[in-house]
Design a protein around this ligand. Sequence first.
Ligand SMILES: CN(C)C(=N)NCCC[C@H](N)C(=O)O
Length: 254
Amino acid sequence: MNRRALVRRPSPRLAEGLVTHVDRVPIDVGLALRQWEAYVAALRSEGWETIEVPPAPDCPDSVFVEDTVVMYDDLAVIARPGADERRAEVTGTEQVLRDLGHRIAHVEAPGTLDGGDVLKHDGTVWVGLGGRTNQSGIDQLAAHLAPLGATVVAVPLTKALHLKSAVTALPDGTVVGWEEVVDDPDVWSSFLAVPEEPGSHVVLLDGSTVLMSAGAPRTRALYEERGLRVVTVDVTEFEKLEGCVTCLSVRLRG
Ligand SMILES: CN(C)C(=N)NCCC[C@H](N)C(=O)O
């Protein structure tokens, strides 16, 4: 299978990125760029072709490209970010996906939806209903994905920025989360609480390999004990802006 992922170079204005649930702390933009380059290199060395969405230098949060789209099979549902400041980011993503031949659908007003609120596994799509994504956005996503056989499930989200700030899924479908910010772990039949907040974010690189933050060594050991191969990257500068490993790419199918 052709493994491709969208990424987007950090804006020189990254330090002005939004913060909601954390205090603002200084960002080292030069270090962020090096961390981003290492993240992209890690994807490539794991066999992923990376495609750069054209940079959006005036959009401080544009490196968090995950929030601009939800991919399901060949369909790209272009998001409508819940934060006004991020609305302009979607145009570049849409153009790249059109050029790549994907079918395009949109979340329209009054709906809002951020890609970071969407967790997919095996035909089920959980969507965080919280500060960025509203019910109309979820209903529109459900309508777009229904013909593809997906079941969309709204999940309450009050303690974290995005659903994937709180939980992600391992290759076997176990949902891993930092329990302090998970509203209702019972949503998932197999929920595993992890011992470190950055450990709750994994990017699936293949059926037995995950990419995660270097900031969660105990969780890394836990995943390795479960038989996973783990690749780690430093993403401290993005974590200061409530970002994580998932936010920095969008994996494409086919
Ligand atoms: C899963 N996560 C967390 C994301 N997909 N996005 C993070 C966006 C962070 C940005 N400062 C913001 O506040 O929008």
